[in-house]
Design a protein around this ligand. Structure first.
Ligand code: NAD
Length: 495
């Protein structure tokens, strides 16, 4: 049964001013309409920013531990509703139920972690260089935070951004991806139920150009946190520089798994299957390249093809299905474009390479798991993000060559090496250019209390998760208290 959903602006559930809406459909069965959502515009965004600005003063003066307590309650409600949220997430974006449960759990973990940060938010106290003087630094919130998120982790990614923003005392205008508006709506309902004041959290549905752009450009928004594609991220960075606002960008990836000759091959096989084809390859951390040592090349490829060809595609709500659909028709075309490029470049297609329409998959956006071999480091399928179930396999000789090939891309998000040689493991940790390196684990996966993000064109140096994101959402103030009763001139009177 489909429903008409609304924005949450200025403390009320409302339609877009224009009255226009867009549809949200199940990518595993496009005949199923999940709901309609407001197709908002600049006016809606401006009202939301005004409300968030008005709410800022009271929220920043609420003690941080009290703000944290609200987030613990958010975690409790999310825990109670985990199964329902996961099922609806599978319906709106396709990944299998185990994965959507994991997505919600990541939000729950982030809530409880954020709750505790409300009792820390450390500054520093340090000795002064002068007599009878006290020095400390404290953290202050920035103001209104604009949060723009993608569809592939519809709960986890918004929580990574919105929880720390709130704990630090900022108010929020949230623009979720238009492919996953339902999860975003339920998330905001939960924040309100837990006690986040109504004007502190504003939700504006709609497109990147009509909602995202005015949010980024507005002078009253002090900070933007964006996760999405690298081209859009670069545009946001340029626009935001006009108002000198702080911007966090978490962008694309071209992640690789190295398998050396001394690796546990069964373990490495589980890793690459999960890394390359989990979430139908639509993860920023997906394993898009396998860098395989020549001595184990033939054996490992036989093992890989045998398992990959039997992966079961279908509706993520049906038990036994391992791979759900792609998000939409556009993403199918994008993957097909890269498969055609790979063929033209001279890579050999060993598996897949086409949309999958068998049986129950006939009415959904399914794509067959795809594997290319004879891929060389300069091919586009070895360097560019594909964001689908496509694995490019590169053959290497030495460990040094493996690291060189892995680093040969403009991205630097996640990376992995399977080896039982402890020296190589530590060299890899040192030499791989990426924000994340796994030893004997796949490229995908994150934990709420560990920093998450990448180098090079994967981002602009900020991190989500862990304590580092609390620095992003605060301004530091240095405080000097001189209790000497006289004028003390630093660097003059003491030297
Ligand atoms: P996208 O860049 O198309 O969209 C992301 C969000 O930005 C959406 O909400 C979209 O509506 C909005 N948007 C689009 N144009 C905009 C504009 N001009 N101004 C403001 N907002 C705009 O990305 P997507 O297709 O939703 O997600 C896939 C991409 O996200 C991939 O590149 C993937 O690697 C990346 N991603 C990165 C991470 C990470 O943490 N590094 C995590 C998940 C996804």
């Amino acid at each position: 049964m489909s429903k008409r959903y609304q924005n949450h602006i200025d403390g009320k559930w409302v339609d877009a001013v224009s009255g226009e809406t867009f549809e949200n459909r199940n990518p595993a069965n496009w005949e199923e309409l999940i709901g309609t959502f407001p197709s908002s515009g600049k006016e809606d965004v401006e009202t939301a920013i005004k409300a968030a600005s008005e709410a800022f003063d009271a929220w920043r003066l609420t003690p941080a531990p009290e703000r944290g307590d609200i987030l613990r309650k958010v975690g409790d409600i999310m825990t109670a509703r985990k199964e329902e949220i996961a099922r609806n997430m599978t319906r709106e974006m396709g990944k299998v139920l185990d994965e959507t449960r994991g997505d919600v759990q990541e939000g729950i973990d982030t809530a409880y972690y954020a709750g505790t940060e409300g009792r820390r938010l450390f500054g520093h106290t340090v000795p002064s260089e002068l007599h009878n003087k006290f020095n400390m630094s404290i953290r202050r919130p920035i103001g209104v935070a604009g949060v723009i998120t993608p569809w592939n982790f519809p709960m986890a990614i918004p929580t990574w951004k919105i929880f720390p923003a709130l704990v630090c005392g900022n108010t929020v205008v949230f623009k979720p991806a238009s492919d996953t508006p339902l999860t975003a709506t339920v998330f905001v309902e939960i924040l309100l139920e837990a006690g986040v004041p109504a004007k502190v959290i504003n939700l504006v549905h709609g497109s990147g150009s009509k909602v995202g752009t005015p949010l980024v450009n507005h002078p009253d928004v002090g900070v933007i946190s964006f996760t999405g594609s690298t081209p859009v991220g670069k545009g946001i960075s340029k626009s935001a520089s006009d108002t000198l606002k702080r911007v966090s960008l978490e962008l694309g990836g071209k992640n690789a798994q190295i398998v050396m000759e001394d690796a546990d091959l069964e373990l490495a096989l589980d890793g690459v299957l999960w890394g390359a084809f989990g979430t139908t390859g639509q993860r920023c951390t997906a394993t898009s390249r396998l860098i395989l040592q020549e001595k184990v090349y033939d054996k490992f490829m036989d093992m890989l093809i045998a398992r990959a060809k039997d992966l079961k595609l279908g509706d993520g709500l049906q038990p036994g299905n391992e791979i759900g659909p792609m998000i939409n028709a556009g993403q199918i075309q994008e993957v097909q474009k890269y498969v055609d490029i790979g063929r033209k470049e001279g890579a050999k297609l060993l598996l897949g390479g086409a949309q999958y329409k068998e049986g129950d998959c006939a009415n959904g956006w399914f794509y067959a798991p795809t594997i290319f071999v004879d891929v060389t480091p300069e091919m586009r399928i070895a360097k560019e993000e594909i964001f689908g179930p496509v694995l490019s396999v590169l053959r290497i000789g030495s460990f040094e060559e493996a690291v060189r090939v892995l680093n040969n891309t403009k991205y630097g998000l996640s990376s992995s090496i399977y080896t039982n040689d402890v020296n190589r493991a530590f060299q890899a940790i040192r030499d791989i250019d990426a924000g994340i390196t796994y030893i004997n684990g796949p490229t995908i996966g994150a934990e709420a209390h560990m920093p998450f993000g990448g180098v090079k064109e994967t981002g602009n140096g900020h991190r989500e998760g862990g304590w580092e994101v609390y620095e992003f959402y605060t301004e530091t103030k240095s405080v000097f208290v001189d209790y000497s009763g006289q004028l003390q001139r630093a660097q003059i009177d003491n030297y």
